[in-house]
Design a protein around this ligand. Structure first.
Ligand code: NAP
Length: 212
C-alpha cells in the first residue's frame, strides 16, 4: 500500500515511517516541510516530498495524487499560538481531506486526540483551541465521504513500544507511547473494519491487532 505520511518529521510520523519501511506491505512517502529535514528520511530509507500544509488545496492535491492512503500526523505543536493550531490542526487537515477527495485518494487516517468530542474536558488542560481544532477536523472528515479512521490517543509518551492498548474506558489510563500509536495506525490501514471508525485508546492490556 502506497501511503503518504503528512507530518512525517514529527515524533509519531517518524515512527510510522520507520515501521512502514520495515514492513512488507507498505510503501511510505514522508511529507515534511523543510529541505534540511531530508537527511532524517535518507537514513530511514524512504521516498520523500517537501511540501507545506500552508499551501493551497490544488498544490496539496498534486502532492497527494497517486497514493492509496493518507496518514495525517501533523500538528502545530504546543509552542505555537492558537492561530497556528487553527491553521495546521484544523485547516491543514481539512485542506488535506479536500485535496485527497479531489484526486480520488479515499483512505484517510488522522491522528486526533482523546476527548475531542467531549466539551466537558476541553477546559481542563488549558488547550481548548486545540480540542476545538481536533473536534471540527474530525467532524469534517466524518462528513467528507472519505474512508476515514480517526485515531484518538491520550497523552503521548516517548517510551518503548508495549504493543498493547485499551479502547474500553480509555480515559481511565492517561497516556500511550507514540510507538504504540504508530503501530495502531499500521494495523488500522491493514484492517478495513476500521473504516468509518473512531478509535479512542490509551496504553492497556490488549494486543493492538486484537483490540482493533
Ligand atoms: P509533533 O512531533 O509536533 O509532529 C507534528 C509535525 O507536524 C511536525 O513534524 C511538524 O513539522 C509538522 N507540521 C507542522 N506544521 C506543518 C506544515 N505547515 N506543513 C507540514 N508539516 C507541518 O507531534 P507528535 O508528538 O508526533 O503528535 C502527532 C499528532 O498527535 C499531532 O496531531 C498531535 O496533536 C496529536 N496528539 C498529541 C498528543 C500529545 O500528548 N502531545 C496527544 C494526543 C494527540 P516540523 O517537524 O517541521 O515542526
Amino acid at each position: 500500500m502506497k501511503v503518504l505520511i503528512i507530518g512525517a518529521h514529527g515524533k509519531v510520523g517518524q515512527i510510522i515511517t520507520k515501521k512502514m519501511v520495515e514492513s512488507n506491505d507498505f510503501e511510505p512517502t514522508a511529507f515534511f516541510r523543510k529541505e534540511e529535514q531530508k537527511s532524517v528520511f535518507e537514513k530511514i530509507g524512504t521516498n520523500t516530498v517537501v511540501a507545506s500544509l500552508e499551501s493551497d488545496i490544488d498544490s496539496l492535491a498534486e502532492t497527494i495524487k497517486g497514493y492509496d492512503a493518507v496518514v495525517f500526523a501533523a500538528g502545530s505543536g504546543g509552542k505555537t499560538g492558537d492561530d497556528k493550531t487553527l491553521e495546521i490542526d484544523l485547516d491543514g487537515a481539512v485542506k488535506s481531506m479536500d485535496a485527497a477527495k479531489k484526486v480520488g485518494v479515499n483512505r484517510f487516517v488522522i491522528v486526533s486526540a482523546i476527548g475531542a468530542d467531549d466539551r466537558k474536558i476541553w477546559n481542563q488542560f488549558g488547550i481548548k483551541p486545540y480540542y476545538i481544532a481536533k473536534h471540527y477536523a474530525d467532524r469534517l472528515l466524518i462528513s467528507s465521504g472519505l474512508d476515514y479512521t480517526i485515531v484518538r490517543p491520550g497523552a503521548l509518551l516517548d517510551e518503548p513500544e508495549t504493543g498493547k492498548i485499551t479502547t474500553t474506558n480509555p480515559m481511565d489510563n492517561k497516556s500511550v507511547p507514540r510507538a504504540d500509536v504508530a503501530q495502531l495506525i499500521l494495523e488500522a490501514l491493514r484492517n478495513k473494519s476500521t473504516i468509518c471508525k473512531i478509535i479512542e485508546f490509551n496504553q492497556g492490556d490488549i494486543p493492538i491487532a486484537e483490540a482493533i
